[in-house]
Design a protein around this ligand. Structure first.
Ligand SMILES: NC(=O)c1ccc[n+]([C@@H]2O[C@H](COP(=O)([O-])OP(=O)(O)OC[C@H]3O[C@@H](n4cnc5c(N)ncnc54)[C@H](OP(=O)(O)O)[C@@H]3O)[C@@H](O)[C@H]2O)c1
Length: 296
C-alpha cells in the first residue's frame, strides 16, 4: 500500500486526487486548514470503504512553525512516503501577515512547500519511486520575483502579483530541490493543471469572482479529469530529477525562469527568513498590512 500526502487534499484538485488514490488502494493523508472540509473528506472515504486508509490532519500551513511540525510528525508516523502532493493554496485579496510576520500568500505558497518537501524527504527517499508533485503555475511566463521585496511589504499590495511571484518561486523551489539533492531518488514534478473548475475563485472580490465562475463553466476542466492526469504522473514519475507539465504535456525547463543561480538565491532568502526571529527590519518582511494574531 502506497502512502500519499496531499496538502490541500480536502478540496478541489487535491480532494479529487485523494479520493482517486483511495479508490486505487493507497493510504492518503490529506492536509487542510478547515475541519468541515476535513470531515467531509473522511466521510467520503468511509463511503468508499476506505475509512481505515484515510487520514485528515488539520493544519494552517501558512504558519512556518506548523508546516515544520506537521512535516516532522508525518515523517515519524510514516517512515515511507511514496508521494507528496503540494496543492494547498488560497488567494488573499488583501495583504495579511501571519503571526510569524510573513505575508500570507508567500508563507503558504512558497515557505510551506519548501518546509514540507524538505521535512518529508527522508520518508520519500525510502519509497520505491518517490515523487514530490507541486501543483503550480509552471509553463506560464507571467510573474516575476521581486528580490528586494519578496513579501510586498513596501508600496501597495497586489494579490495577483503575489500569486504570480509565488508561481515563479515554485518553479525555483523545484530547481533548488533537484540541485541540492542531486543523487537522491526523489523526483520533483512541477505540474500546472491549467484552468480547473474548483472553489479557488471564491476568495476573489466581485466582479472578478463572478467572471471567473462564468469562465469556469465554459472553459475549465473538471477536478476529476485533472486528478486522473496527475495520478498518471504519480504512477509513472519521469526519470529526470526535475520535470514540468502543463495539462499533462511536457514543459521546457531550459528557459531562464529555471535558472540555478536564481534558485540558489531564493533558497538563501528562505533560509534567512526561516532562521531569523520575527523582526520588523527583516529583509523582505514586515511592513504594511493586517497582522494575524494566531496561526494554528
Ligand atoms: N484551479 C485552477 O484553475 C488552478 C490552476 C493552476 C494551478 N492550480 C493549483 O492547484 C492547486 C490546487 O488548486 P485548487 O483549485 O484545487 O484549490 P482549492 O479548490 O481552492 O483547494 C485548496 C485547498 O487548499 C487548502 N488550503 C487553503 N489554505 C490552506 C492553509 N492555510 N493551510 C492548509 N490548507 C489550506 C484548502 O482547504 P481549507 O480551505 O480547509 O484550508 C483546500 O483543501 C493550487 O496550488 C493551485 O495554485 C489551480
Amino acid at each position: 500500500m502506497r502512502t500519499i500526502v496531499i496538502t490541500g487534499g480536502t478540496d478541489g484538485i487535491g480532494r479529487a486526487l485523494a479520493l482517486r488514490r483511495l479508490r486505487g488502494g493507497d493510504r492518503v493523508v490529506a492536509l487542510g486548514s478547515g475541519p468541515v472540509k476535513g470531515e467531509r473528506f473522511l466521510e467520503e472515504a468511509r463511503r468508499l470503504g476506505a475509512g481505515d486508509r484515510a487520514v485528515f490532519r488539520r493544519a494552517d500551513l501558512a504558519s512556518a512553525a506548523v508546516s515544520r511540525a506537521v512535516a516532522a510528525e508525518l515523517a515519524q508516523a510514516y517512515p515511507v512516503v511514496d508521494a507528496l502532493v503540494l496543492g494547498a493554496y488560497r488567494h488573499h485579496p488583501d495583504r495579511v501577515e501571519t503571526a510569524e510576520g510573513f505575508e500570507r500568500t508567500f508563507a503558504l505558497y512558497v515557505l510551506s512547500r519548501h518546509l514540507l518537501a524538505e521535512g518529508l524527504r527522508g520518508s520519500l527517499e525510502r519509497a520505491d519511486s518517490p515523487v514530490v508533485l507541486s501543483l503550480c503555475g509552471v509553463g506560464t511566463r507571467a510573474g516575476r520575483i521581486d528580490w528586494d521585496d519578496l513579501q510586498q511589504a513596501r508600496g501597495s499590495y497586489r494579490s495577483l502579483r503575489a500569486t504570480m511571484q509565488g508561481a515563479r518561486a515554485n518553479d525555483l523551489l523545484g530547481v533548488s530541490f533537484a540541485e541540492r539533492h542531486a543523487g537522491g531518488r526523489t523526483r520533483y514534478v512541477l505540474y500546472n493543471p491549467g484552468f480547473v473548475a474548483t472553489g479557488m475563485a471564491e476568495p476573489l472580490r466581485q466582479p472578478a469572482r463572478g467572471l471567473v465562475r462564468a469562465m469556469a463553466r465554459l472553459f475549465a476542466r473538471s477536478a476529476d479529469e485533472t486528478a486522473r492526469q496527475v495520478a498518471e504522473v504519480l504512477d509513472h514519475p519521469p526519470a529526470a530529477p526535475l520535470s514540468g507539465f502543463f495539462r499533462g504535456g511536457p514543459v521546457d525547463l531550459g528557459r531562464p525562469g529555471f535558472d540555478r543561480e536564481a534558485a540558489a538565491r531564493l533558497h538563501g532568502a528562505l533560509q534567512d527568513m526561516l532562521g531569523e526571529t520575527v523582526r520588523s527590519d527583516r529583509p523582505g518582511g514586515g511592513g504594511a498590512g493586517r497582522r494575524e494574531d494566531r496561526t494554528d
